[in-house]
Design a protein around this ligand. Sequence first.
Ligand code: ZN
Length: 422
Amino acid sequence: MVNYSKYAMCFSASISARDGDRLASIVEVSRVDCHEKYLGLPCFSGRNKRKIFADIVERVWGRIKGWGEKLLSVGDSLATRTLKGCYFPNGNFLEATKKHSGSYLWNSLMWGKGILEKGIRWRVGNGSSIRVYKVNWVSRPYTFKILSTPALNVDTTVNNLLTSRGWNLQLLKQNFLDCDVEAVLKIPIGSSSRDDAVIWHFEGNGVYSVKSGYWLGCNSDLNPSYSCYPNSKNWWNVMWKLDLPLKLKIFIWKACNDWIPTLANLERRGLKVNKVCPLCRRAEESTLHALWDCHKMRYARMDWLPKKVVPQSRYANFLEFITDIATRIDNEALRTLCVICWRNWFLRNASIHRDNKPNYSDVVWWSRNFAAKIHASSHVKDKGLPKMNKSYPRWTAPTKGLYMINCCAISDIGTTGWVLEW
Ligand SMILES: [Zn+2]
């Protein structure tokens, strides 16, 4: 049975009003003006379905995103409680692990947990919940941990480092490295009635956001392909073509991938070592620190690259540093930079393993010389040795009782290439 009173007809622009009225009267329903949408859906559809339904997709997507944000930020939402029941009934999200039988959603969240762990730290309130040596609480990316070897009880909490007036400077200086003391003194102290809280370091309000999480994901070694660095693709082309010995380029390639055995890299691979730089004892010995950032190597920084070339911002790792600098300097300077890093690593090893006192003051001079020599010899090799003058006298043995030393020097006039053979 059809209820005609609930029906209405509308016509496209190609049907005149008179024809529309006639047709409507034939089928005995009323005629209405054309509406663009009816019950949220378009009345007319052409061939381009994507454009017509884009609005619907957008609205559904908006809803899903809203759910996603609530899933993590609202602790007692149905979704959170369901996941907790399945995957971490007796702990918290940060203690949960990836499961073989876990859903795609759960395993994706576990991947994201790695980023979360890189950016969360404790905010000091009264300090009673924060264990000094065990948790992230120092406002210093990317470790957020105390670097000093424990001199106090390992379970000491932060409130033990406080006096009624603020940080206990004497206690800090006696038991922690300078770099730790410096970092701790920068932390504002909350009131004694305020609880300690876990916050997201990379937002001013301490609340996680997708934007800052994405930024951190791109800038940390969670991303093994480093595909987020805009310069990295071009960098490998440039680096492998540099006029440097292959062993040196392999060293730089390893450094870019964090494969050289610095103390921080060894610790990351599970070795029980103290990752504080053994030369300056002011920061952890990452690749960037060992090859460039160490305070003991400041000569290289101050004497050589102009300040405007090395921006003040802190680089997340060596690859980010060198790919950025490579875009600001010419090939000659880049060759020297690679040699400086290589030389710094050599001096660091000599100091640690052979107890040699490293002399960093001539690193730049040494590296420049080395790079120039390599460039010159390859230049001569490329052009081929100059042809011998045909009138050059043939070698004859010296007369008995005399000694002869033969030497040969070749100069390529107009360039800096020199070869001296003995
Ligand atoms: Zn150092």
